[in-house]
Design a protein around this ligand. Structure first.
Ligand SMILES: Cc1cc2nc3c(=O)[nH]c(=O)nc-3n(C[C@H](O)[C@H](O)[C@H](O)COP(=O)(O)O)c2cc1C
Length: 236
């Protein structure tokens, strides 16, 4: 698989997470071109909240057991359900096609932005990421790179470590989805607001160091994922 699915979720035009994911994507595209590159901006182009047709269709599919994606449409019993599936299926296909998924995630109120959660809720349709024939996880070979930006600092050695509901949530979600923990990488740019917020000014240098470390890690991960995509293309 030589596909990069790049999702940005910041509402800000001057966004650290966007700059970092763009840096990753530029490096990946320099190696692989644009054919396998897909960018979605879930903040600028948000998905509608789930309507009642989504859980109705999902629950009917769950009751039927293992259902192939191609057969889900046949379970829809109303225009509302058909509409929900028409919105959902292309997004599921994008995720399944991706060798690497790159998520740009600003911290909003200790967690992920609602726009990203709307995408997560939509793609996570019952059974979509399980092979109906074998029960195996369909994302077992997928890599996910999560780049977060936080106004403050939440690392293990900070007083606010227990307030980080981004990384623990996304780790649990991705693991539950079938992405192996070894295939999940997290990069954090912290103290992004240190220069603006008076109480955080003592931490400006910390913010600069965090950003420099995040840029270096993004470069490293972009090189790794690009090389892996190249070798999978050569082997295919
Ligand atoms: C709605 C909103 C909520 C925020 N909540 C937090 C928060 O809980 N903790 C924090 O450290 N920073 C918080 N921030 C600051 C952002 O995490 C920070 O500006 C970060 O750089 C945003 O990512 P971006 O630069 O990619 O947009 C918040 C910002 C906004 C707009």
């Amino acid at each position: 698989m030589t596909t990069l699915l790049h999702i940005d979720a910041s509402a800000s035009a001057d966004s650290t997470s966007r700059r970092l994911t763009a840096r990753f994507a530029e490096r990946w595209r320099a190696a692989h071109g644009d054919a396998g590159y897909r960018h979605r901006d879930v903040a600028a182009d948000p998905f509608p909240p789930l309507g009642p047709g989504y859980p109705a269709l999902g629950q009917r599919v769950e009751r039927a057991g293992a259902v192939a994606l191609a057969d889900v449409a046949g379970f829809a019993e109303s225009d509302a359900e058909r509409h929900e599936w028409a919105l959902t299926r292309p997004l599921v296909d994008e995720v399944l096609a991706a060798g690497t998924i790159l998520l740009g995630v600003p911290m909003y109120n200790l967690a992920i932005p609602a726009a990203l959660k709307a995408w997560i809720d939509r793609i996570t349709f019952p059974g979509a990421f399980t092979d109906p024939a074998t029960g195996a996880a369909r994302l077992a070979a997928t890599h996910v790179v999560v780049v977060t930006a936080r106004g403050g600092a939440y690392g293990p050695d900070t007083p606010r470590h227990g307030f980080d509901f981004q990384e623990p949530y996304l780790r649990a979600y991705l693991t539950n989805l079938g992405v192996p923990e070894a295939n999940q990488a997290f990069v954090h740019a912290e103290m992004t607001r240190a220069a603006d917020v008076p109480a955080l000014r003592p931490f400006v240098a910390l913010g600069e160091r965090s950003l420099a470390a995040a840029e270096a890690r993004v470069d490293e991960l972009a090189a790794q994922r690009s090389a892996a995509a190249t070798s999978s293309t050569v082997m295919a």
